[in-house]
Design a protein around this ligand. Structure first.
Ligand SMILES: [Zn+2]
Ligand SMILES: [Zn+2]
Length: 350
């Protein structure tokens, strides 16, 4: 089968080549991949700046497809099923995080697209526990973005505890910021999305998908706008989805007393100057949200089925597998929101 393989550490070292098809042994499910989303971590893997990537490995962990074979220990999933899957290939199974199904926090977790072969290929195998059946009304294109959606669900609902009537501010208009904005809208919040001048196209997409206000901070004063919208109190929840230090400090500034700031963006340095005085004096709950876990996936599938979140609306670049590099280049140039690879052309539009 064809696959996009990161051959060795360092910048690029990526090739499109034939590799053997994986086999559905044990509890593994074999999926013929329809679409594979390109994640920020795939770009880091391309650049050689993502420590978790263990080459040689097929990149990609955001996918949808059709089951073609199942191992002898598989009990529920069967060939022909339309599916998506979590990124977990294996966990240690016995740590405290595994016992509470917080698989995102197991330190011995193995994920697809980093430690084991991922979804930028025609086929992939994954344990049955990670597989989710798709409702009939959900397109394979939207389903391939269930993983970033689940990250948005984990941050918005499970960590931010967003509720109807909340006013929230999302910092960053990339794929994750867009998913957080859509999930918060689905829960009945008023959503402000904040970014910079290069986000113009992304703002338009966010507004088209329900965000209430977009703020280009190079042209408008975000703090003043939020004061006006909240009687001077500040927003209930801020989501930092940009990984920029000024954004987290702005988030702490514009969030109300006893409000919540959820950190999703990854900073390039371990140690960064954060306004802890604001955390203290406003009693802000500043918390981290790392990827997603099984409960986030179940909630995401519910939102997809209800049609209140439609992830395919952020897919701005779609290319066939052999043209993977074109999509990587375009996203790295900052164009569009989300790049998606079509891995088997006969599954296009299904
Ligand atoms: Zn991802
Ligand atoms: Zn564990």
């Amino acid at each position: 089968m064809k696959a996009v393989v990161k051959m060795e550490k360092g910048y690029d070292h990526m090739v499109y080549q034939d590799i053997p098809e994986p086999e559905a042994t044990g509890d593994l499910v074999k999926i013929k991949i329809a679409y594979s989303g390109i994640c920020g971590t795939d770009l880091h893997a391309f650049k050689g700046t993502y420590g978790s990537t263990k080459p040689p490995v097929v990149l990609g962990h955001e996918l949808s497809g059709i089951v073609t074979a199942v191992g002898p220990e598989v009990t529920k999933i069967k060939p022909g099923d339309r599916v998506t899957c979590e990124t977990t290939f294996a966990t240690c199974g016995h740590c405290a995080s595994c016992r509470s199904k917080d698989y995102n926090l197991c330190s011995n977790r193995k994920g697809i697209g980093t430690q084991v072969n991922g979804s930028m290929a025609q086929y992939l195998v994954i344990r049955e526990e990670s597989v989710h059946l798709l409702p009939d009304n959900v397109s394979l294109l939207s389903a391939s973005l269930t993983e970033p959606l689940a990250c948005g669900v984990h941050a918005s609902i499970e960590k931010g505890e967003v509720k109807k009537g909340d006013i929230v501010c999302v910092f960053g208009a990339g794929a994750i910021g867009q998913m957080v904005a859509q999930v918060c809208k689905s829960q009945g919040a008023f959503v402000i999305i904040a970014g910079v001048a290069t986000d113009t196209e992304r703002f338009e997409i966010a507004l088209k998908n329900g965000a209430d206000r977009a703020v280009d901070q190079t042209k408008e004063d975000l703090a003043e706008i939020i004061k006006g919208l909240t009687d001077g109190e500040g927003v209930d929840i801020s989501f930092e989805c940009s990984g920029a230090v000024p954004a987290v400090n702005k988030a702490l500034e514009v969030t109300r007393r006893k409000g919540t700031v959820v950190q999703m963006g990854v900073f390039s340095d371990e140690l960064v100057p954060v306004r802890t005085d604001l955390v203290l004096h406003k009693e802000i709950c500043y918390k981290g949200s790392r990827s997603q876990k099984p409960s986030s996936w179940r909630k995401s599938i519910e939102l997809l089925a209800a049609g209140t979140v439609i992830p395919e609306k952020i897919a701005t670049t779609i290319v066939p597998l052999e043209n993977w590099r074109e999509a990587f280049d375009s996203i790295m140039r900052g164009e569009g929101v989300k790049g998606v690879i079509l891995c088997n052309e006969d599954l296009e539009g299904k």
